[in-house]
Design a protein around this ligand. Structure first.
Ligand SMILES: [Mg+2]
Length: 611
């Protein structure tokens, strides 16, 4: 159930407990009193597209709830470019009228009901927002007070959804249907299969619902008919089914759409459904979410005979980000200083060096960073080890710390992504039984040839290859099996310059040969055109894609202590230099935070402060 849900409620219990009747809330004076006590305001938003036939009656019916009873604070009509008299009707009756294409123009206009609702969040003011479709023929105040009721009487309810009987004519008979046709033929089977907790909604696609602004503003909005589906999936995932309720509004009469429109609508809903199911790993990845929908048309051909043709139609559900991530919105609602929204809309990622940062420079121990590591794991914040160490060395830390996120080896030589970590397709260079590998580095064999020519010119250097396991163990203060792992280099060779005064000449030769060099805590390194920064950039792109699907923006934190960490620190949103008294203080020409304490102690403290 909900990621942040405090407890898990059984579905049948939820069905009984969180199902309300509109008549329980017909005492409007009581609702108004509760609203005042809680200091809340309420906006009614009606999306329209050529609704001149029904809009007038809808507005006449709900208007007294604002003017006379003061249950509503505003009534807003968000219009998708109607060509009939929708605008005049709305304005004549004192509703605030907006064209959705004129709201937040910078973000473009996609059209579609979902886009209108997303933009309604921006132009409305209320703490509670209720959405009503304009095509209700039997409109009654219960549509409003029924949906608002649970939100005013129950503090734990975030979202209410309407259900009702929807009589339709089948042949000559009027039959009541539970859901609509799309619900019964498409959504209910899909929910039962993949999101069974949502199968208890009687009318998951009903267009009447209400929610708290603090919740709605933190959700992605799909722009078309998929909006109802994504709201149910996302609210139940982020806030828990126990914060949702459904309300019986008795009966709803409206015009029935023809089967061709319902077919198109279903395809949009299926796009949204597939997207969410993919992201949550519930469906095998569909390579591309198709937007072209083939419909079949019957027509009379040139010989006046009935024939069939295929007619592709473009149906596109675009995903809008949570509106709270939009600067204009945060400014307007004064949310700049309130960091609580980040929890729902921001995903942090930590990139970290190992030596002298997450682990101790001398002892290689992570005892002082363990608290913070566990906190990161608990908060599901990926920990990306990004170091000059080899794959074999990093694997040991990943196993003992039980970290399962991708990692970057040998100064950005390659990114190792555990198979199935990202559920979408992306390009990579190599595949092993455990990883998909994106390579940036030059093979170590080529790099060693350059070091050989340096030796031949009389410079005294000792490479990891030159040292035996025992020698390296002694020199680096490692255990023998650790030295063995350190020697398993793939994209970078580490070496020691015997005479410090040769440093400049040696690095010049490396540069002239077209390779790169850097200095870690203990050793110099030669490598290809890779650096930690390039790998961080590519991996962050993959994370952005993953979390964007979940409606979250990505914020990266980087922690390092050496010169080889600078490219990584440049590519992250929050760079942190960890103090390391074994090395001279690192100088950079961009803004960084610096830890006060040394090594893992400083590392741990900054990580805890940031999350
Ligand atoms: Mg280091």
């Amino acid at each position: 159930m909900g990621l942040y849900g405090e407890y898990i409620m059984k579905l049948d219990e939820w069905f009984e407990k969180n199902r309300y009747k509109c008549q329980s809330f017909s005492n409007i004076k009581r609702l108004v009193r509760l609203k005042k006590e809680k200091g809340l305001t309420i906006s009614l938003c009606i999306p329209t597209l050529n609704e001149e036939k029904t809009l007038g009656k809808v507005l006449d019916t709900v208007k007294p709830l604002m003017d006379k009873h003061h249950l509503l604070d505003e009534i807003i009509v968000i219009d998708g470019n109607s060509t009939d008299s929708t605008k005049d009707i709305a304005e004549m009756r004192g509703a605030k009228f907006f064209r959705d294409s004129e709201i937040l123009r910078r973000y473009g206009s996609v059209g579609g009901k979902g886009d209108a609702l997303w933009k309604a969040l921006y132009v409305s003011q209320g703490d509670i927002i209720i959405f009503l479709d304009a095509d209700i023929k039997n409109i009654h105040p219960r549509f409003v007070y029924g949906l608002i009721g649970p939100l005013l009487t129950q503090n734990n309810i975030n979202f209410t959804k309407a259900f009702y009987r929807r009589p339709i004519k089948v042949g000559e008979k009027i039959v009541p249907l539970g859901g609509g046709r799309v619900t019964e033929l498409l959504i209910r089977p899909l929910f039962n299969m993949y999101f069974p907790e949502l199968s208890a909604f009687i009318q998951p696609l009903s267009g009447e619902y209400a929610g708290r602004r603090e919740v709605l503003e933190k959700l992605s909005f799909f722009t078309g008919y998929g909006i109802e589906t994504s709201l149910l999936i996302d609210i139940s995932k982020k806030y828990g089914l126990e914060t949702m309720a459904q309300v019986d509004l008795k009966k709803r009469v409206h015009r029935n759409q023809d089967i061709a429109s319902l077919s198109n609508m279903s395809f949009g809903i299926l796009q949204v459904f597939t997207k969410r199911a993919n992201t949550m790993g519930k469906l095998i990845q569909v390579k591309d979410i198709r937007r072209s929908y083939n419909t079949i048309e019957r027509y009379r051909n040139d010989h006046n005979k009935i024939d069939y043709k295929m007619k592709p139609k473009l149906i596109r559900e675009k995903q809008r980000p949570p509106i709270i991530t939009i600067n204009e919105y945060r400014k307007k609602f004064n949310k700049e200083s309130d960091p609580s929204w980040e929890k729902y809309t921001l995903q942090k990622i930590v990139y970290t060096d190992l030596d002298g940062t997450m682990i101790d420079h001398h002892t290689y121990s992570y005892i002082d960073s363990l608290d913070a590591i566990n906190l990161l794991k608990k908060k599901k914040i990926p920990i990306i080890i990004c170091t000059s160490k080899t794959r074999a060395e990093i694997e040991k830390y990943r196993i003992s710390l039980n970290i399962r996120d991708p990692f970057i080896s040998e100064n950005g030589g390659a990114i190792f992504i555990p198979k199935n970590y990202f559920k979408f397709e992306y390009s990579f260079d190599k595949e092993t039984s455990k990883y998909k590998i994106i390579e940036f580095g030059t093979s170590v064999e080529t790099l060693r040839k350059i070091l050989d020519t340096i030796k031949q010119q009389g410079y005294r250097i000792t490479t990891f290859e030159d040292m035996s396991e025992t020698q390296l163990a002694k020199d680096a203060g490692l255990k023998k099996e650790e030295a063995q792992a350190a020697k398993l280099r793939e994209y970078d060779e580490a070496f020691k310059i015997r005479n410090k005064k040769d440093t400049e000449k040696i690095t010049q030769i490396i540069t002239d040969e077209g390779y790169n060099h850097t200095k870690g805590g203990r050793y110099a390194h030669i490598m290809g055109q890779n650096d930690k920064g390039k790998a961080v950039l590519i991996l962050t792109e993959l994370f952005r894609r993953k979390y964007k699907d979940l409606g979250r923006e990505t914020k990266t934190i980087g922690l390092g202590d050496g010169q080889n960490d600078i490219p990584m620190l440049k590519e992250v949103d929050i760079p942190i230099i960890v103090k390391n008294t074994a090395n001279p203080e690192l100088d950079v020409d961009f803004d960084v935070k610096r830890t006060r304490q040394n090594g893992p102690k400083g590392w741990s403290r900054s990580v805890k402060e940031l999350i």
